[in-house]
Design a protein around this ligand. Sequence first.
Ligand SMILES: [Zn+2]
Ligand SMILES: [Zn+2]
Length: 114
Amino acid sequence: MALFAASARHLSVAEAWEELSRTGPAVHPTTIYRTLETLTTVGLTHAVHGPGPTRYCVRGNPHHHVVCQDCGQVAALPHERLTGAVGSIEELTRLRPDASGSLMVYGRCAPCST
Ligand SMILES: [Zn+2]
Ligand SMILES: [Zn+2]
């Protein structure tokens, strides 16, 4: 899915459908959903769960996720920027990122903070 590979973008089924239908032949949202679920099962994409709709992202450059707990906006943080922080978290809590190596951090995006 070139749509996702373009960057570490996290798109819901609706957003992916919107972009796909703008640039190519119509694909049914159900087809997109099934494709993304399959790709996630085999590990080519990963799912970030809400608030809001589940977002999907291609497993490209390893990244952590920062999720707005109000609107569900997802931002990607490259692993290498947080190596020290992840080390501290493991040391202090004995918790470590899951098999994907990804941490989920919840916060509030700028528009939701005002
Ligand atoms: Zn991601
Ligand atoms: Zn927000």
